[in-house]
Design a protein around this ligand. Structure first.
Ligand SMILES: [Mg+2]
Length: 142
């Protein structure tokens, strides 16, 4: 999704409970299509315990779950670095979305305090077709 000056909106992405099921046994439903969609339309960043400043270990931990086509897409997602709260890595001065299944209360409070809580999209894989619905309802390009 592009802003007025054609810059892509940043999208911060969790892995466990979003791309992978909570039990980390498989990729979530529609994950392949979801990845294809977001990397083409957003400036994507990892926001997960599986990435601390470097994508090599992130990609390595995902390699057993995804086929080569998806790996190409996963490689387009950039690293972030954060310490105790994921919100440390979010640049709130720019437009963004953050997809996570279980943000901490302190992270929610931080977004609320800065008036950007509406940028958080809570993913719940218990809901049928969750990733498709997120794309269609919250990330759709107008
Ligand atoms: Mg998670």
């Amino acid at each position: 999704m592009a802003t007025g000056d054609n810059k892509m909106i940043k999208l911060y992405l969790d892995i466990d409970g979003v791309l992978l099921t909570k039990k980390q046994t498989r990729i979530s439903d529609n994950c392949v299509e979801f990845l294809e969609y977001i990397v083409g339309r957003f400036d994507c960043y990892w926001l997960t315990t599986r990435c601390k400043g470097d994508v090599n270990s992130t990609l390595e931990s995902l390699s057993g779950f995804f086929d080569s086509r998806s790996i190409v897409n996963l490689k387009k997602i950039k690293p972030t670095s954060w310490d105790s709260l994921k919100t440390e890595a979010i640049d709130i001065s720019e437009e963004f979305y953050w997809l996570d299944d279980a943000p901490l209360q302190a992270e929610i409070d931080y977004l609320k305090k800065n008036g950007v809580l509406n940028r958080l999209i809570i993913v719940d894989l218990e809901r049928k077709n969750e990733l498709l619905n997120v794309v269609n309802n919250q990330l759709s390009v107008l």
